[in-house]
Design a protein around this ligand. Structure first.
Ligand code: ATP
Ligand code: MG
Length: 393
């Protein structure tokens, strides 16, 4: 039996005249993610996109698995595509959905008839398909309110599509529809989650990681690659920029008060990141900060960090979340097990014993004035290396 995948594109439907731009971006993202699986035709109409394999080798299980991660898709169904004729539809529904029909205790049938020339109206289609199923699966009962299985028959232009329960998609907006943003990514639990969340809102990620060799190891950097590779299964390819941070950290350690070390360091991260973001056409910075999580994330500390960013918004999607809520997402998206590998991040190098939790901006500015800020930033930017992180399923 010929099979296709049918997608509902949720929130996109709300976008009025922009809808086509959103749909086109979504199709582009899907083509990119599925290109190695063989020839697939993509057609869209009425908030639905149909993926039709054009050769027999297309692995629909794999396609389905990847599609579940792509933002902009509200629901996914794998369907049988059959001739628009009740004498074909009735046996096909029983045969195609037999496993699900055997397991279910209750079911209902829904029909959608976008081809208005089809001789039966939707309630008649439901009645006939329902009757056929009841005559073949004697254990089943109809429950129109809360059925175990909803059998859907959609009569469209070329085929009748038959499917069981729709699987929830990743939701959100297609990556690329909201522009580019720069994610400050450490090897921790939070920042990959922050990146995933903003990617879900349609932002294309560029990642920035600060490394302090020899205090931080090559393995710590490889951990960031692995984290981003996992995030890229959702977000698509990510360009990673690794910024050498050792000299900046050593200068701060040697010349600034210990209790302000972290906050000054974070201000340098923001300065370097804003410069990179602007060069890369990014419209925002993204961090994994959450109020009160550590000393550098008190309201006052975040205020001092943010004060150095001249003209970009800083997105902090985790700002009001508890650690367990972040961990729950990181488990769901598959970054947690990588994040807990024990390699050190540059933030754990030279950490002060008693960091100032309520720093005052003028104290911080005065303390860092002894440093040649511009040339330190320039040196770090000049030493930045680029790495392409590709999804690689
Ligand atoms: P995470 O789990 O993301 O490491 P954290 O709780 O350890 O978060 P901090 O170390 O204070 O928090 O960092 C706060 C944010 O600063 C991170 O979420 C990330 O966005 C950014 N950041 C921290 N370290 C780095 C780094 N080495 N490179 C790039 N960004 C970083
Ligand atoms: Mg960290």
């Amino acid at each position: 039996m010929k099979e296709i995948i049918l997608l509902k594109n949720g929130e996109l439907a709300l976008k009025g005249l922009n809808r086509h731009t959103f749909e086109n971006q979504l199709i582009k993202n899907m083509k990119f993610r599925l290109h190695d699986l063989g020839k697939i035709r993509y057609t869209s109409s009425q908030s639905t996109i149909i993926l039709e394999p054009l050769d027999e080798n297309v692995d629909l299980n794999e396609a389905f698995r990847r599609l579940k991660l792509i933002f902009g898709i509200a629901g996914i169904s794998r369907c049988a595509a059959v001739e628009k004729d009740m004498s074909v539809i009735l046996p096909a529904a029983c045969e195609y959905l037999k496993d699900e029909l055997m397991i279910a205790k209750t079911f209902k049938v829904e029909a959608k008839r976008s081809d208005k020339k089809f001789p039966l109206k939707s309630p008649e289609i439901c009645r006939e398909v329902g009757g056929e199923i009841l005559s073949k699966f004697h254990h089943l009962k109809v429950d129109v309110h809360n059925p175990d299985l909803t059998v859907t028959v959609e009569i469209r232009d070329n085929y009748a599509y038959i499917h069981g329960n729709q699987v929830k998609g990743a939701g959100g907006m297609p990556v690329g529809t909201a522009g580019n943003a720069a994610l400050l990514v450490s090897g921790g639990i939070d920042s990959p989650v922050a990146g995933w969340m903003m990617s879900k809102r349609g932002l294309q990620l560029c990642a920035i990681h600060f490394a302090s060799p020899p205090y931080t190891s090559q393995r710590a950097e490889m951990k960031v690659h692995s984290l981003l590779r996992q995030v890229s299964k959702y977000s698509g390819d990510i360009l990673l920029l690794v910024v050498p941070f050792t000299h900046i950290q050593e200068e701060i350690k040697d010349k600034c008060p210990e209790e302000l070390f972290t906050i000054i360091m974070r201000r340098f991260m923001m300065r370097c990141s804003e410069a990179i973001a602007k060069e890369r056409n990014c419209g925002a910075l993204i961090t994994g900060e959450s109020v009160g999580q550590v000393a550098s994330q008190t309201m006052q500390a975040i205020g001092c960090t943010e004060a150095v960013v001249e003209s970009l918004p800083v997105f902090r999607p985790l700002i009001g979340m508890d650690k367990d809520e972040v961990i729950e997402i990181s488990r769901k998206i598959g970054t947690f097990d990588i994040s807990i590998l024990p390699y050190e991040d540059c933030c754990t190098v030279f950490t002060p014993k008693h960091p100032r939790t309520r720093p005052k901006l003028h104290d911080v500015e005065a303390a860092e004035n002894v440093l040649d800020i511009d040339s330190l930033v320039k040196e770090a930017l000049d030493g930045t290396k680029k790495i392409s992180i590709t999804t690689g399923d």
